[in-house]
Design a protein around this ligand. Structure first.
Ligand code: BDR
Ligand code: CA
Length: 316
């Protein structure tokens, strides 16, 4: 479906915590974008695992993108992982080859600060907890002004997945998310409002497997594991949250969004990690509101996004 030439492909740095859907996001970013670098963060599993998983994904797909290890801990919050979804080491039970690739550095924050200023038209896509991005903003408060866009997978205007109102990436480091939402406006929030509409399952895994390449087999194995976990939780298919966020950057015309004040709740006993989204008409004119406006993604052409995800995983 994509006909983008190299010069049209958006330049992307992907900040991630692989993670099943993060691994598919790496493949998607490399196929539809120009994936310049990958930074890793503690999240779905610990930093040693997320970094290993980013490297092994890049290796399997033959990517040249540099991999930089990032934050091992949230800013303040205790570490909470999502191993019950992604498996103890983050890539389910997928059989992996021996790792041959190595890190470009163990300082993702310095890399993010440098790359934002040295590469024009760079899109930063953050699909894990926002620890690295917050630390980079603390070091360079003007960082976001050197980016073409900052897109996150995280949050939701309505609902959550870890608590009734908090999504995992925000909940895992709410203080970092609060810094990013306060200081890097406008960002694009690809949250559960849209990612829960882009569901993949056995059909897509079969399509991937029939491609018969090592990358497609790897992607199918990841999807099969995610799909099996989702069925255990009573869901009929698996959201590929992070790949959806990447496609929101590479194919923005497939998505519907609008601008709203969004702030991250860090204190609430029952609401910590909530992305409080003001959808009142004219909310930006409420005197003294003072909450930065962000682009909230609500909906997508789900079939097209699913097709593109499969396409990214089955390209040779
Ligand atoms: C997000 O949480 C993680 O488990 C996924 O990788 C995704 O980034 C969805 O809430
Ligand atoms: Ca993730």
């Amino acid at each position: 479906m994509s006909t983008a030439t190299d010069s049209q492909r958006p330049k992307i740095v992907l900040d991630c915590d692989p993670g099943l859907d993060d691994a598919l996001a790496i493949l998607t970013a490399a196929h539809f974008g120009e994936l310049i670098g990958i930074t890793t963060v503690n999240g779905n599993v610990g930093i040693e695992h997320t970094t290993h998983n980013a490297l092994i994904t890049a290796q399997i797909a033959g990517l040249s993108a540099e991999v930089h290890r990032g934050a091992a801990l949230p800013l303040i919050a205790p570490t909470m992982d999502a191993a019950r979804v992604h498996g103890a080491t983050g890539l389910g039970d997928v059989k992996l080859p021996e790792l041959r690739r190595s890190l470009a550095s163990d300082d993702a924050v310095t890399y993010l600060c440098d790359i934002a200023r040295s590469v024009d038209d760079l899109n930063l896509v953050a699909v894990g907890p926002l620890t690295n991005v917050a630390l980079a903003l603390r070091r360079d408060p003007d960082l976001h002004n050197h980016l073409a866009s900052l897109t996150i997978m995280g949050g939701a205007a309505h609902g959550g997945n870890v608590t009734p109102v908090a999504e995992f990436n925000i909940w895992a480091d709410p203080e970092a998310a609060a810094i990013v939402f306060r200081e890097a406006a406008p960002l694009t929030m690809v949250g559960l409002d849209v990612t829960h509409k882009v569901l993949l399952g056995g059909n897509e895994a079969s399509q991937m497997r029939s491609a018969g390449t090592p990358v497609a087999d790897f992607a199918a194995d990841l999807l099969d594991y995610a799909y099996a976990r989702c069925r255990e939780y009573g869901l009929e298919a698996a959201p590929m949250h992070d790949a959806t966020a990447v496609i929101a950057v590479t194919h923005p015309d497939l998505f519907h969004s609008s601008s709203h004040p969004v702030t991250v709740e860090i204190h609430g006993e029952h609401t910590r990690g909530m992305t409080v989204t003001d959808t009142r008409p004219l909310s930006n004119f409420v005197p003294g509101c003072g909450v930065p406006m962000h682009q909230v993604v609500w909906d997508a052409d789900a079939d097209a996004v699913i097709d593109l995800t499969v396409q990214a995983c089955t390209a040779s």
